[in-house]
Design a binder for this molecule. Structure first.
Ligand code: GDP
Ligand code: IMO
Ligand code: MG
Length: 429
């Protein structure tokens, strides 16, 4: 198998984890390269459901190596909770789960700052996951962050933590008029015990990956969030704080571009968004509610209801441009089973003018009207279909139309249910 990157093409929750789990069977190493515990990646394997926030989604296969790359902001408490849950299920992680020494730590004060910042935004809240992502990346860029590798020298770590804690306490008390419900000593004690668990897993993951490349091992790069949550290219400021597009794999995993052979865009057969910000094809009435219920569209990290709407080809065309997708995996097609009519947004209209391109700035989305074409539904359960030829004609036509509107990129997979087994391979790599 070639080295494959998996990237969300919309606003996250496209079903990336399901596809990563499926493809992991043929991979050797699965690598997260950005984001943090804001990710909620659901894997259902042999009837058992896991939601991963920190641990890569390939971990369910007992022999695969999983790596948390340098571009991730690492939430040690969440990581340990997931490791414990996996161990309880009898999944061994010894010598196959590694954390980059360069990954920045998300500390409890980052979460307090994240929530405090949101609480002052009144009508302009981003709607973050509250997982401390923005403040942790801000410290990284501001060169005052603390990295997992710092844990390897305890006295230096303690000194960095003390300085950072005092600075954050000053901000919380004087800017936000709040307080921490933990002391510096609480933090030091907590991280002393955390360090004992994670130090054996910390290493130079960039060199580890390079060795794998030398040995022709197969790599799978696991994107988190989605293209339109990208800090540069997304619907700023309603975005996350990392770069989510395929271009950031190199810096976030520590590899060169030639390490990536294929870029698979994960495309949901309709559109969802959790959190605030523009959403041209959003359905706020009954049809949106139906999509939410049928698709079980509730955030895997926060439990918030996801906003739902029809498929937006303008958006996905932009994602193709930004990521260089070589294949598409179309997910959650079965969620449309019970609709007599299904709409696709082909382009937008603004003040009478047809717009084919998603605007680079979200200001351009003001007064943008989606233009839809209507397709007949298939009103049949497709969740047990194993081949493209078993899909009803209307479902095939819907998929083909999406493909046509998306530069006719080959379709790798059509997903017709959350389980590993509910996967149709269309044009394999
Ligand atoms: P991710 O963040 O992109 O990995 O996606 P999430 O795990 O947050 O959300 C996707 C949800 O859809 C999860 O509950 C999955 O179990 C589920 N899912 C994934 N693929 C399919 C599919 O093809 N059909 C249905 N019905 N559910 C799916
Ligand atoms: P996965 O990997 C969907 C959204 C939040 C909010 C914005 C900023 O599961 O697809 P943050 O906490 O990152 O500062 O929040 O980004 N968001 C996601 N939405 N899926 C995700 O991850 C998300 N991660 C962040 O809801 O709108
Ligand atoms: Mg998710």
């Amino acid at each position: 198998m070639p080295n494959i990157a998996i990237i969300g093409s919309q606003w996250g929750d496209e079903g990336k984890a399901k596809i990563i789990d499926y493809l992991s069977e043929k991979a050797d190493v699965i690598i997260r390269f950005q984001g943090g515990a804001n990710a909620g990646h659901t894997v259902i394997a042999e009837g058992e459901q896991f939601i991963f926030h920190m641990v890569p989604s390939g971990i369910m296969y007992p022999t695969k190596v999983c790596i948390i790359g340098n571009g991730v902001v690492f939430d040690a408490e969440q990581f340990i909770a997931e490791v414990n849950a996996l161990r309880e299920k009898g999944i061994s992680l010894d010598n196959r789960l590694f954390i980059s020494d360069l990954a920045h730590l998300v500390l409890p004060y980052h979460k307090v700052l994240d929530q405090a910042s949101e609480s002052t935004m009144k009508g302009k809240k981003i709607g973050t996951t509250g997982r401390g992502i923005g403040p942790a990346y801000a410290d990284k860029v501001n060169r005052i962050g603390i990295r997992t590798g710092d844990l390897l020298d305890w006295s230096s770590f303690e000194s960095k933590l003390t300085t950072a804690f005092e600075q954050k306490r000053f901000i919380i008390e004087n800017v936000y008029n709040g307080s921490f419900d933990f002391s510096l000593n609480d933090l030091i004690d907590k991280y002393k015990s955390i360090s004992e668990i994670i130090i054996p897993k910390i290493c130079d993951t960039g060199s580890y990956i390079f060795n794998c490349l030398q040995q022709n091992k197969n790599l799978l790069f696991e994107g988190a969030q989605g293209t339109f949550l990208d800090i540069d290219h997304g619907t700023y400021p309603f975005v996350t704080s990392s770069s989510t597009v395929s271009g950031c794999i190199c810096s976030g995993a520590g590899v060169g571009p030639s390490a990536i052979n294929e870029v698979v865009g994960i495309v949901k057969a309709y559109t969802t968004r959790v959190g605030n910000g523009p959403f041209p094809t959003e359905l706020t009435g009954e049809t949106g509610d139906k999509l939410r219920t049928k698709g079980v569209e509730f955030g895997a990290t926060t439990g918030r209801p996801r906003r739902c709407g029809w498929f937006d080809s303008v958006q996905v065309r932009k994602a193709i441009q930004l990521n260089g997708f070589t294949r598409i995996a179309l997910t959650k097609l079965d969620v449309l089973n019970n609709f007599d009519e299904i709409k696709i947004c082909t382009h937008y209209n603004k003040n009478g003018e047809n717009i084919e391109q998603f605007p680079s700035s979200p200001i351009g989305l003001d007064n943008m009207e989606p233009v839809f074409e209507t397709h007949p539904g298939w009103e049949t359960d497709i969740s047990q279909c194993k081949k493209m030829s078993e899909l009803p004609e209307n479902a095939v036509n819907y998929v083909k139309r999406i493909q046509e509107l998306c530069y006719s990129i080959p379709i790798l997979i059509i997903s017709v249910g959350p389980d590993r087994s509910q996967t149709i391979e269309v044009e394999p790599l």
